[in-house]
Ligand binder design. Structure first.
Ligand code: EPZ
Length: 429
């Protein structure tokens, strides 16, 4: 299993190209199940989760083709992926595949919408909390699907097709909103989704669905209206830049000091996080090229932050902010309101000398003068990258184990950091 070795203490200076968003790419790929025509996605990141989803879609009969590299193309340019679900050969998503990646459960929506049936394994628990699917099921039921739980599988049936309906989510859910939108585009009549998630990835998927011939309006707001159509066609769509990757590197620069241009990043996708960095005394400015982040000389000011659905501070940047605050000049408080158990990085950061106290959903972080490198490991993607951020500023060597978590969501992390001056390398064993 690969590991990443980091020797801390070097500032970051240079340019980091931002990849396409993982959390938009996955539902966009799943949307290919809605049509028998070809969907072409550009700016697709090279990630383990994308490869895993190719396998899952392949099992349903989707042909996935990756365009080769073009002459003169820069090595960081995203891939173009052609997905063609001309014929769906299997409407079952088995446990062995779904258990590896929770988002694959979302295939239930396009499968039942297009084929009138779907049998998808329940995703099961996960390291960051219980993560149920009750609201996804509720949304499908509101559109007329008959749901049964059978042997660990959710079986959804709508032999005469889905019917538009009113869905009001009692809690903001990204997965619930993706499911509702993907099911409603092929339902007969109008669907109204209230208290919809407003994450930019929802709007990106809706934009692509509209290119495919769907009628989705209001995506990106908390009320989405969908006029169902009988059929969708092919389209070409470029994936929105990854706001979590952007925020992660912004925090890395804030941690080490230096100045980095996050190329292709879009500030409107992460205003709350950029605002928190400014409160922490980090310089953030936007240019035509992307977002420039710098910290030269100034200390890190402590902050008090709670995660919230978009446009609030994202839970997917909570661990990275905590790593940054371990070096602040004072005491910070970070409250996690989305997932009940998303604090696995706390123990590992403590191994590097961080002082963090947990009380329910709030972590109190007392900034320390220095962190010290140590062997660490984490059990989820964002927790793992928070350890990388801490290691970049720690004295001596840190070995980050279980790198496969990082490969799920960060494209060429060690290349992007080392070209800005970090001492970081992948060690294969
Ligand atoms: C998405 O997960 C992201 N995943 C997560 O990113 C992200 O942390 C999360 O949204 C919140 O922003 C993808 O987009 C692939 P939710 P999702 O449905 O859709 C509860 C990463 O690191 N809930 O918005 O699964 C749930 O337990 C990942 O890239 C129910 O109660 O999140 C949570 O408390 C991790 N019942 C809250 O809602 C349901 O049926 C929000 O979950 C569904 C969710």
């Amino acid at each position: 299993m690969d590991r990443i070795r980091i020797v801390g203490g070097r500032p970051l200076n240079g340019t980091i190209p931002i990849s396409g968003a993982k959390n938009a790419t996955l539902p966009l790929m799943i949307a290919s199940l809605l049509t028998d025509q070809t969907l072409i996605l550009d700016n697709v990141p090279r990630l383990a989760d994308v490869v895993q989803l190719q396998r899952i879609l392949g099992n349903h009969g989707v042909d996935v083709m990756l365009s080769g590299k073009r002459a003169g193309e820069d090595e960081y340019k995203g891939q173009s992926v052609h997905l063609s679900a001309a014929k769906i050969v299997d409407t079952t998503a088995p446990y062995e595949l779904v258990s590896k990646m929770r988002a694959s459960f979302w295939v239930i929506a396009p499968l039942v919408a297009r084929m009138g049936e779907a049998r998808v394994s329940m995703p099961g628990g996960c390291a960051i909390g219980t993560r149920p699917v009750d609201l996804l099921i509720m949304a499908l039921e509101r559109l007329g699907a008959l749901i049964e739980i059978d042997g660990g599988y959710v079986v959804a049936r709508a032999p005469k097709g889905l019917k538009g309906g009113e869905i009001s989510f009692p809690k903001v859910t990204v997965s619930g909103t993706h499911t509702a939108v993907m099911a409603a585009v092929l339902a007969s009549g109008t669907t109204v989704i209230d208290n919809a998630a407003r994450e930019p990835e929802i709007a990106d998927v809706a934009e692509c669905l509209n290119k495919m011939g769907a009628h989705v309006s209001g995506a990106g707001t908390s009320r989405i209206v969908i006029e169902g159509v009988p059929k969708l066609g092919g389209a070409r769509h470029s994936v929105v830049p990854d706001r979590i990757e952007t925020g992660t590197y912004a925090m890395a620069v804030a941690m080490t000091g230096g100045e980095v241009m996050l190329e292709g990043a879009r500030p409107e996708l992460l205003q709350a996080a950029l605002g928190v960095l400014q409160q922490a005394d980090v310089d953030v400015s936007s240019t035509n090229q992307g977002i420039r982040v710098a910290r030269n000389g100034a200390g890190i000011r402590p902050v008090d932050v709670a995660t919230a659905p978009f446009p609030g501070f994202p839970t997917d940047l909570q661990a990275q902010l905590m790593a940054l605050m371990t070096r602040a000049s004072g005491t910070s408080r970070i409250t996690e309101t989305i997932f009940e158990n998303r604090f696995m990085h706390v123990q590992e950061l403590a191994r590097m000398g961080a002082r963090i106290q947990l009380d329910g959903e709030t972590a109190t972080i007392e900034g320390v003068e220095r962190l010290k490198g140590a062997p660490v490991m984490a059990t989820d993607l964002r927790a793992s990258v928070s350890l990388v951020i801490a290691a970049l500023a720690a004295e001596g060597e840190t070995m980050v184990n279980r790198v496969y978590h990082l490969d799920r969501g960060f494209e060429r992390l060690e290349d992007k950091l080392s070209r800005c001056g970090a001492e970081i390398e992948r060690v294969s064993s």
